[in-house]
Ligand binder design. Structure first.
Ligand SMILES: NC(=O)C1=CN([C@@H]2O[C@H](COP(=O)(O)OP(=O)(O)OC[C@H]3O[C@@H](n4cnc5c(N)ncnc54)[C@H](O)[C@@H]3O)[C@@H](O)[C@H]2O)C=CC1
Ligand SMILES: CC(C)CC(=O)C(=O)O
Ligand SMILES: [Mg+2]
Length: 347
């Protein structure tokens, strides 16, 4: 089984190194690794954020472990050359449309949440975010209005097939959890969202055992802080899911804690923390590697059918936290490598 390692930019290499140490410690038979260039690192080395060799490796791999992309040096490049195109391109080219972002409080971290501990303690939710469509992939550009003003535009759209397949992901995830699905949209204003809602309702006929509700995204942002314990599975589009998952991360303690899996239905998947390349702390040893280590656990479970090994990693992370392992984002002083050491010590 081949794992493609794409560390990327900023803290990406630092956190992927720690996840790789944990995977190595499991000594799983038959796992092989190949590393590829993505993001600003790839642009600087070969002139493109997602070079053909990287894409070819991604297609060949059983799973991809991804760090993060994004480099302030590249922010003025033309859009198609920016580091972020690497993750957007991988999701699109491999048809990775179903991005699962679980958010659950580790009891020891309830005090690190931006919410009251008793509110945070109730969080156990999964955001199912569509990642092949929406405004991120629509026609975009700059133009000049009739009265000479510069105007930027990005077209938001979803077709019914795109909504149907992510709706199925949401319902199936809910069936495997507590049987509740909340579809988040902005159907009071957007036609894209009206279609989304109509199609989700159609698909619900196949899942009579799942309790479906709908919520506008502005209310969802508020409810996520007011009473996050009400949510089981949230299914939503690319943009809303991106925003709500960063918000959910602070509800459970830190953006450095949230892992993700992005699946295409073939068994192949891309696994990455939900955060970015954190250029503000890159190279300082302050990055929390736990989201990436937990993403490696999701990889073992979803793409490699190694659930018991995934359980081992998750239990070790919980134990390390119970033993007091804390990086700066969790109110402590441990470095990225020391956090990795703490997990390895109890694996
Ligand atoms: N999937 C990806 O590769 C993503 C890439 N990005 C890119 O990352 C770059 C930075 O974006 P930002 O908006 O600053 O988001 P970010 O998620 O990189 O950082 C936001 C804040 O959270 C902190 N943070 C993030 N991960 C952390 C970790 N593991 N441990 C401790 N603190 C952590 C950062 O230090 C920063 O203060 C941009 O170029 C952006 O486009 C952003 C999100 C996802
Ligand atoms: C380049 C962005 C779309 C990445 C991001 O913010 C995310 O996937 O969460
Ligand atoms: Mg994001």
């Amino acid at each position: 089984m081949l794992i493609a390692l794409f560390p990327g930019d900023g803290i990406g290499p630092e956190i992927v190194d720690q996840a790789k140490r944990v995977l190595d410690a499991l000594a799983i038979d038959g796992l092989t690794y190949e590393q590829g260039l993505v993001g600003g690192a790839a642009y600087k080395a070969v002139g493109h954020p997602l070079p053909p060799e990287t894409l070819e490796l991604a297609r060949r791999a059983d799973a991809i472990l991804f760090g993060a992309v994004g480099d302030p040096d590249c922010d003025a490049l033309e859009r198609h050359l920016r580091p972020e195109q690497a993750i957007l391109g991988l999701r699109k080219e491999l048809g990775l449309f179903s991005n699962l972002r679980p958010a659950k409080v580790f009891p020891e971290l309830a005090g690190e949440s931006a919410l009251k501990p008793e509110v945070a303690g109730a969080i156990d939710l999964l955001i199912v975010r569509e990642t092949n469509g929406d405004v991120y992939f629509g026609e975009k550009g700059f133009r000049t209005t009739a009265d000479g003003l510069r105007e930027g535009y990005d077209i938001m759209s979803y077709n019914e097939a795109e909504v149907r397949r992510i709706a199925h992901s949401g319902f199936q995830a809910a069936q495997a959890r507590r049987g509740k699905l909340c579809s988040v949209d902005k159907a009071n204003v957007l036609e894209t969202s009206q279609l989304w809602r109509d199609v989700v309702i159609e698909v619900s006929a196949d899942y009579p055992d799942v309790a479906l509700s709908h919520m506008y995204v502005d209310n969802a942002a508020m409810q996520l802080v007011r009473n996050p314990g009400q949510f089981d599975v949230i299914v939503t589009g690319n943009l809303f899911g991106d925003i709500l998952s960063d918000q959910a991360s602070m509800c459970v303690g830190s953006i450095g804690m949230l892992a993700s899996a992005t699946l295409n239905g073939s068994g192949q998947g891309l696994y990455e923390p939900i955060h970015g390349s954190a250029p503000d702390i890159a190279g300082t040893g302050k990055a929390n590697p736990l989201a990436t280590i937990l993403s490696a656990a999701m990889m073992l479970r979803y793409s490699l059918d190694l659930g018991a090994q995934a359980d081992r990693i998750e239990a070790a992370v919980a134990k390390a936290l119970a033993n007091g392992a804390r990086s700066a984002d969790l109110g402590g002083a441990m470095t990225t490598v020391e956090m990795g050491d703490a997990v390895l010590a109890v694996l």
